[in-house]
Design a protein around this ligand. Sequence first.
Ligand code: GSH
Length: 215
Amino acid sequence: MQLFWTPASPFTRKVVIAAKELGLWQRIDVKPTTWPLDWGYATVPFTAGLAAANPVARIPTLITDDGVALGDSTLICQHLNSLATDTRVIPTDGGQWPMWALYAVADGLLEAQVAMRAEMLRPDAIRSAGFLQKQQDRIRRCFDHIEEHAVELSVPGGSLPNLAQITAGIACGYQDWRDWLADFRPGRPALSNWYGEFSQRPAMRETEPSDTPEA
Ligand SMILES: N[C@@H](CCC(=O)N[C@@H](CS)C(=O)NCC(=O)O)C(=O)O
């Protein structure tokens, strides 16, 4: 399998963590991508092979062993989960709908964080304060929801974290990484405590975000 990747992308981090937790990481050939800083509001030169594989030209994009290009982190995680033989990050026992519900909130939170990143890259003259506020409001509501559902974040002994837990952890990590995003901890003690422990998992520590090369 080949994965178009950067260390800054929270959606890509989701795939990498899922692969590591599932024991599949060694089977993935990483294709680092570069992104000029105007990617957020302009068409930029794409890393060789990315747009040919996936016309949406976003990361993560995974080329499966059968040569199928999957251009979405949720699909890629479903594919990886299907390859796992033992424990899984997506339950198949009927308990998956509450997991997907929390996942959709955490994933919507990631979308808001990435939308803010793109907007922050725009020159001052074309940056929208209203758009940034809208995303901040969404982020606040999503973190509040996750705090209210913190009981669903605990990972039972002997199990892998599920995709909602992985995505919530990535959202917390992205919020910490970008200095223009507010600390998610005040008023959210359960989430804060959970993340303190969850962030120490090897797969989380090995994938802490860093800046994407521009060229
Ligand atoms: N829904 C997609 C979102 C992927 C996404 O937004 N990727 C960002 C990086 S975090 C990207 O490639 N942005 C480049 C662009 O929009 O041109 C997924 O889950 O994979």
